[in-house]
Design a protein around this ligand. Structure first.
Ligand SMILES: O=C(O)[C@H](O)[C@H](O)COP(=O)(O)O
Ligand SMILES: [Mg+2]
Length: 309
């Protein structure tokens, strides 16, 4: 199997699929758009993961979706009949909590975090000893009224030292308004979980975390520190945690400017772009200054299973 240097190779035959599998010991899988679309598993997801396990491959899951905790994701995998351990899963919410703990070095029990996002962020912070406010607090579902908001009438919480913002499918003006109040305090750090502009679903492409975080950035005139893919901190900690040989690792994802950039900038042995999520074959093949081309690409991950049976 050869191709002009740099041109992505499409996996379309048993020979190419088998050679692809033989090249790598560890596969890092993106989730949304690769394994599933929302609550719908993509074809042969369970079969291909079980095949890789039978072949003795190491599987690690790296999602920019911060809405669920690592533990909650083990339950989502189980709902698809796939046994995955919590330590195999890395989310942008977990990466953000690690950044709060290890880079910002905020003090648990003293420094609080205001969350714009869903349960996956607060739960990871709580596991590290941090109290978080906002997030899934149902009082934020009420229409915004500055004179009545329980988050404003008694003033802001002075113990909040950081905002962590991520995908929030219950986003509303109340959440934007209160989060902005915290971001207007220079002493409060601004952390974003991930830059994804869109969120792929079975029948729709929806607004992604990045579109909400950039709205907060625009209104506050501040830049967030993004912690999800393509940030290399997460990959570096995965490589060291599992003592991996980068040259024997392959990143599998559906987005060029996060997944493929993550793998290429991380010096991994290979990247596989799947066309079942955000990207198209045209974009996979174009040369852009904003993201690298994948080494391999395929219509959907399950094709590797059907091609090699
Ligand atoms: O908007 C988002 O947060 C992303 O679209 C989504 O969560 C990406 O998840 P991934 O494809 O990295 O699993
Ligand atoms: Mg994805």
């Amino acid at each position: 199997m050869t191709a002009q240097k740099g041109a992505p190779v499409k996996v379309t035959s048993k020979e190419i699929a088998q050679e692809f599998l033989d090249r790598y010991d560890t596969f890092l899988f993106d989730c949304d758009g690769v394994l599933w679309l929302g609550s719908h598993a993509l074809p042969y997801t369970q079969e291909i993961l079980n095949l890789l396990k039978r072949l003795g491959k190491q599987l690690i899951f790296v999602t920019n979706n911060s809405t669920k905790s690592r533990l909650a994701y083990t339950k989502k995998f189980a709902s698809f009949g796939i046994d995955v351990k919590e330590e195999q899963i890395f989310t942008s919410g977990y990466a953000s909590a690690v950044y709060v703990r290890d880079f910002l070095k905020l003090q648990p029990g003293k420094d609080k975090v205001w969350v714009f996002g869903e349960s996956g962020i607060g739960e990871e912070l709580k596991l590290m000893g941090y109290e978080s406010l906002g997030g899934t607090d149902t009082r934020l579902d009420a229409p915004f009224n500055a004179a009545e908001s329980p988050f404003l009438v008694n003033g802001l919480d002075n113990d909040v030292s950081c905002v962590v913002a991520g995908l929030d499918t219950k986003v509303n003006y109340h959440r934007f308004a209160v989060t902005l109040q915290y971001l207007q305090k220079e002493s409060v750090h601004f952390v974003g979980t991930n830059v994804d502009s869109t969120f792929p679903q079975k029948s729709y492409t929806l607004p992604g975390a990045g579109s909400m975080i950039e709205s907060l950035a625009f209104s506050s005139n501040r830049r967030p520190s993004y912690c999800g893919k393509p940030n290399q901190n997460m990959l570096n900690s995965i490589i060291s945690t599992f003592n991996l040989d980068r040259s024997k690792c392959c990143m599998v994802g559906d987005r060029l400017n996060t997944d493929m950039k993550f793998g290429v900038e991380g010096g991994l042995g290979g990247t596989l772009l799947v066309l079942s999520g955000i990207e198209t074959e045209e974009r996979a093949l174009e040369i852009s200054p904003d993201y690298p081309r994948p080494k391999f690409y395929i219509d959907k991950l399950g094709d590797i299973y059907t091609l090699t049976q």
